[in-house]
Ligand binder design. Structure first.
Ligand code: T4K
Length: 371
């Protein structure tokens, strides 16, 4: 057994002194939040890094999605086609906007929405599609856009996992009408808590600026029913510092990722998800599908790792459609592949400082349990 608990991930942090030095100016300015100078600076840097035309920083990825949906002013009760194989935030953001999620199945190959099943779910009430680039795997953006254009639907991508991913040389946040990112502590790039909406229409920037600050337009005018979703200056500075070290973080993750891929591909009954050759990777997660033919069920592998102080996770089991708050409430296709994935998915520990030695231990424990 490993002495230290190995969790599914570990937040990347800049050197302590670097962050302390970077936050010193706040003791002079006393300006801690409400779109301060570091908020503006991080927005600028991320726009460039993510290769998107416009970007609005948010307090977290969830509020980014909730407000991105709100910004399009869909009529109450309208339908939004989405995937149940995701973090519950995606479905919450739709329902909290008084819209109806319609669950579409996913592809077994990579867990993204099955674009061939979207059209069958469209009705006169459909207004948008909210697909998820789950684990950083890129959805079929071309086909989704074709469908959206044909039926005049908006596309809002949940790109919470896809920070920095490029597809055919373009920033992933430049597809669709908007894309949201999460900068939560568990993500490849973090601002402690944080997120952003990327888009190309400047009108959306004004709208989101407004919505993230209570809908306040001026000292005496509140024009929209907004929220408080502003990123504070301590978080923005964390982001500026972390961005400087991102290449090192990605290199550390890549080493683990390549090692795992090689080792897992040798195990019969444990499967990797497909990699899109036209997309870059950010090594955000390491998902595997564990089938009984390997000699253990997913839950047995999960427990075996736990007994050895290794805390893998079942992202995303149960499906959001099966969670107590949503069960049997919404329409959807037969989400058979999503159920199959949820039943077999396991996310192995993945972070820059994990180290090949510990990754090797994890693989050894799995191999000892299989046929
Ligand atoms: N859309 C999608 C598709 C998402 O996956 C998410 C979030 C969102 C939207 C919403 O974005 P945010 O509003 O969160 O920005 C975690 C994260 O909290 C969540 O951000 C993430 N997805 C989800 C997939 O995973 P939990 O409940 O599993 O987190 P927790 O506390 O169990 O942490 C997991 C591991 O991370 C720990 O075992 C250790 C490590 N960790 C955790 C924290 C909190 C750290 O190293 N440092 C930390 O500060 O949800």
């Amino acid at each position: 057994m490993l002495d230290k608990k190995i969790l599914v991930t570990q937040s990347s942090m800049p050197p302590y002194e670097e962050y302390i030095e970077a936050i010193k100016p706040l003791w002079d300015s006393h300006w801690l939040t409400n779109m301060g100078v570091y908020h503006k600076e991080l927005e600028k840097q991320l726009k460039e890094y993510l290769d998107v035309e416009e970007l609005s920083l948010m307090v977290n990825g969830h509020m980014a999605l909730e407000l991105a949906i709100q910004a399009f002013e869909f009529p109450e009760g309208a339908e939004v086609i989405t995937t149940p194989f995701t973090f519950v935030s995606t479905t919450h953001a739709i329902v909290r906007n008084h819209l109806q999620p319609v669950f579409c199945d996913v592809k077994l190959s990579d867990g993204t929405i099955d674009e061939t099943k979207i059209e069958d779910l469209i009705t006169e009430k459909t207004v948008a599609i909210v697909p998820v680039h789950v684990y950083g795997n890129v959805c079929n953006v071309e086909e989704i856009q074709r469908i959206a254009d044909k039926y005049n639907l908006k596309v809002i991508y949940d790109s919470a996992h896809a920070f920095g991913v490029k597809y055919k040389g373009r920033g992933i946040g430049s597809f669709g009408d908007a894309s949201i990112f999460s900068f939560h502590a568990t993500k490849v790039f973090n601002t402690v808590e944080g997120g952003a909406v990327a888009f190309s229409d400047h009108k959306i920037y004004e709208k989101l600026y407004n919505l993230k600050n209570f809908g306040i337009r001026g000292e005496e005018l509140v024009s929209d029913i907004g929220a408080n979703a502003k990123m504070n200056e301590f978080c923005a500075i964390m982001g500026i510092c972390n961005l400087k070290h991102l290449n090192t973080v990605l290199a550390g993750r890549k080493e683990i990722y390549d090692f795992y891929r090689e080792e897992i591909s040798e195990i019969d009954g444990i499967f990797l998800l497909d990699e899109n050759v036209n997309a870059t990777r950010n090594y955000a997660y390491f998902p595997v599908l564990i089938k009984e033919e390997c000699g253990m069920s997913r839950d047995e592998v999960f427990e075996r790792l736990r007994e050895n102080n290794i805390f893998a996770r079942k992202y995303f089991y149960p499906l959001t459609a099966d969670q107590a708050c949503f069960k049997n409430k919404y329409r959807g296709a037969n989400i058979i592949n999503a159920r199959e994935m949820a039943q077999h998915i396991l996310i192995l520990p993945m972070y820059a400082e994990l180290g090949i030695k510990v990754a090797g231990r994890i693989i050894k424990i799995i191999k000892q349990g299989v046929n």
